[in-house]
Design a protein. Structure first.
Length: 265
C-alpha cells in the first residue's frame, strides 16, 4: 500500500442517511480530523450529491473520536508550494470545496467537540447552526503557526457570523475563543455536555424538519448570496503572503515541531 493509499484509508469523510437526516463524519482521528485534500474533495462531492436528493431534509456534521471537530488542514501539502500563485490556487480550491456546503438548500448543523480550527472553523461557519461542548474552542491561529492567510470569501463568512472584533482576535492575536463566549455572541446555537449532544441535535433537527422547507431554502440561500457579495478582490494580498519567506519558514517550523521566528519578509 502506498503512503497516499494509506492516508486515504485513515482519512475519510463518511456519510450515513437515517430517514430524511444525513450524518456526515470527518474521520481522521490520528490527526484530530485535520482535512486532507481527499477529505475536502469528498466533502464537496457529498454535499453536491445531497443537494440532488430532496428527500434529505437535514445534514448533521461531526468529527470522529469525540475530541475534535476538525483541527485545520493537512500542513504537509504546503511544503511543496513554490510561489504566491500556489497559495492563490489553494485558497481558490478551498472556496470551491466549501461552496456546496454553504449553498446546500437544506439546514445544516455542526456538532463541535474539542477544536474547530482553521478549515474546521470554516466548515462550522458554513453551517446554519452550531452546537458545541463547553470545552470547545474556535480559532485560526495562523499568525502563530504558518504565517499564511485566508481567502476573501472565507474571511467574509467569518466576519458575517462572528463580527470583526472577534475575527481580529482570531487572526491578529491568534486567539482561540471559548464556546461560552461564542454562545453569548450568538455564533453557537447552544452548548451541551457530551453525553447530551445527541439529544440536543435530535431536538434541533426535529424543530427544523417541522418547518417549511422552501422557506428555509430561500432564506438561507439569500443570506449566503449576500455574504458572497461582501467578498472583495484580495488576490494581491494572498499572493504576497504565500510568496513570503515567513510563510515558507512557518511551514518548515510547523513540520519540524519548532517555534517560528518571524522576520516580516
Amino acid at each position: 500500500m502506498s503512503s497516499q493509499e494509506h492516508q486515504d484509508k485513515i482519512a475519510q469523510v463518511v456519510l450515513e442517511v437515517r430517514g430524511n437526516i444525513a450524518y456526515m463524519t470527518f474521520d481522521h482521528v490520528v490527526a484530530r480530523n485535520a482535512m486532507t485534500v481527499g477529505m475536502y474533495q469528498s466533502l464537496q462531492t457529498l454535499c453536491m450529491d445531497i443537494a440532488r436528493q430532496p428527500e434529505i431534509r437535514i445534514l448533521v456534521l461531526r468529527g470522529a473520536g469525540g475530541k475534535s471537530f476538525v483541527a485545520g488542514s493537512d500542513i504537509a501539502q504546503f511544503a511543496d508550494f513554490q510561489s504566491g500563485q500556489d497559495g492563490l490556487h489553494y485558497e481558490e480550491r478551498i472556496d470551491q470545496y466549501l461552496a456546496p456546503l454553504a449553498m446546500l438548500p437544506i439546514p445544516t448543523i455542526a456538532v463541535i467537540e474539542g477544536m474547530a480550527v482553521g478549515g474546521g472553523l470554516a466548515i462550522a461557519t458554513c453551517c446554519d447552526f452550531r452546537i458545541a461542548t463547553p470545552d470547545a474552542r474556535f480559532g485560526v491561529p495562523i499568525a502563530k503557526t504558518l504565517g499564511n492567510c485566508l481567502s476573501a470569501s472565507n474571511l467574509a463568512w467569518l466576519v458575517s457570523h462572528l463580527g470583526i472584533p472577534i475575527v481580529k482576535r482570531m487572526l491578529l492575536l491568534a486567539e482561540m475563543i471559548s464556546a461560552p463566549e461564542l454562545l453569548k455572541q450568538g455564533y453557537l446555537f447552544n452548548i451541551s455536555e457530551a453525553k447530551d449532544l445527541d439529544q440536543e441535535v435530535h431536538a434541533l433537527a426535529e424543530r427544523l424538519r417541522s418547518l417549511a422547507p422552501i422557506t428555509q431554502k430561500s432564506s438561507k440561500l439569500m443570506l449566503a448570496r449576500q455574504i458572497a457579495n461582501q467578498a472583495s478582490d484580495c488576490q494581491d494580498l494572498i499572493n504576497e503572503t504565500y510568496a513570503s519567506a515567513d510563510f515558507k519558514h512557518g511551514v518548515a517550523s510547523f513540520l519540524s515541531g519548532v517555534a517560528p521566528r518571524w522576520t516580516g519578509k
